[in-house]
Design a binder for this molecule. Structure first.
Ligand SMILES: [Zn+2]
Length: 148
């Protein structure tokens, strides 16, 4: 038994929302956290879940809880998010562009009230198509393919 350990669990108020023990101060929660981490490390029963334990403020009861940091993502998820954020949107292929134009034209026919929006979309896509065609033509000219 620790001399200055936390109060017996039965005496502690529990949050109706989180089910966690409510600590009146952040310091009290931190003491409880330290005790919990120590116990978890010693026993090894909870694996390494204690690593993500922290102290947070409960909005409902205005007390402090010891719990798992939900805002901290696992490393693999963090890496995935960063990778996705870094990814440049891929340019559309001519086929995709053509299908998009066709789709937008169909949508314009269906939604007369949004005709202006789709008309603009079509203009943009056609311009992208034009740019693509020009790019392809320029590339073809530059590479000067020999006779086949
Ligand atoms: Zn709570």
């Amino acid at each position: 038994m620790r001399e200055q350990g936390p109060a017996p669990k039965s005496l502690l108020q529990r949050c109706p929302v989180h089910g966690s023990v409510c600590h009146k101060t952040k310091q009290a929660a931190e003491v409880a956290l330290a005790g919990h981490v120590g116990a978890a490390k010693d026993s090894g029963v909870e694996g390494k879940a204690w690593k993500r334990l922290n102290v947070y403020r409960c909005r409902e009861t205005e007390t402090w809880h010891v719990g798992h940091a939900k805002e901290k993502l696992p490393d693999w998820r963090k890496a995935r998010q960063e990778r996705r954020a870094a990814q440049q949107p891929k340019p559309l292929t001519p086929g995709q562009l053509r299908r998009k134009i066709e789709h937008a034209e169909k949508e314009r026919a269906r939604h007369t009230e949004r005709a202006a929006y789709f008309a603009e979309q079509i203009e943009n896509l056609k311009y992208a198509d034009y740019l693509w065609a020009r790019e392809v033509a320029a590339t073809a000219k530059a590479s000067k393919p020999g006779p086949r």
